[in-house]
Design a protein around this ligand. Sequence first.
Ligand code: ADP
Ligand code: MG
Length: 327
Amino acid sequence: MFHIIVNLALILTFIIPMSAKAEWFFFSDTAMTTAIELEMWSDDAAVAKLISTKVFAEFKRIDQSMSRYQSTSELSKVNRMAALEPVRVSGELLRLIQRSTELSTLSSGAFDITFASLGYLYDFRAAKQPSQKWIRKQLPSVNYQNIIVDEKAKTIAFKQEGTLLDLGGIAKGYTVDLGVAILKDYGISHARLSAGGDMRMLGDKKGKPWMIGIKDPRKEAQHAVVLPLSSVAISTSGDYERFFIDEVGERVHHIISPKTGRPAKGIQSVSVIGPNAITTDGLSTAIFVLGVEQGLSLIESLPDVDVIIIDAERQMHFSKGLMMPVN
Ligand code: ADP
Ligand code: MG
């Protein structure tokens, strides 16, 4: 009897404090000019804090190596040199550029990191955009096929002078996935990590789904729809995050059609749901450029992804996976 009591007491001291202490922890930071939010269920405040430090450090690391705006970044070196000679790069940058060109092929060139060859002429804060003349001049440099990736030599070269790369359409999603890998390494099984419009959920919200709102593109702080989601990523690309209205009343925003060199028309927002954030981030930008019809057909041709599109008339379009089954 005594033994049983002792054993029971031992078991209780091991079990009860652990589960009683577990709680939600919330951390936030700013990186890549975006708000980063991290929420996790943990039984150890110190470990939760450590994880958050490591996750936020990843955003800073990727920004330092892959930002077009930092002159010391690896990407800036490529942009400066790759038209002159092949530039040796890290395996990480090489893979991300490769992944980007794969998405270009998949989206018939709608997603194209060489959009920056003329994209750099847009300044949304200063309300500046290139003239048609400049666009015509730079447009031949916008073509992902101008990027030569040498996997063996680990180099990047450009076929055409004037080519510039910008990973803004995919880097945040990529880093969200890196953050989620850290969470998993520490044994966390309920968490949510977001960087602006890119978010990934690890598990559910302890027995309930996460309720994720998609912003109304024209009514700040209002949701167009709220979705119950678990263990997936969701990325939203919108024409309302970085934009200005020009002198003729046109909305000039940051998602550029590689065909015209102008902001893509026909859509206000695209949210893609999929297994990881690099996929959803890249696809949301691609579909914004492709438009409703081609965007929906691309999504339907791929496994494990869904989309919600709000078009220029504020009509909502859902992929088949999100529609109620009709009997
Ligand atoms: P956010 O940056 O708000 O998360 P997106 O994921 O839609 O939004 O990415 C938009 C960014 O993608 C732009 O700011 C720019 O850096 C980049 N971009 C714009 N047009 C294209 C394009 N056609 N292909 C690839 N990247 C693009
Ligand atoms: Mg994107």
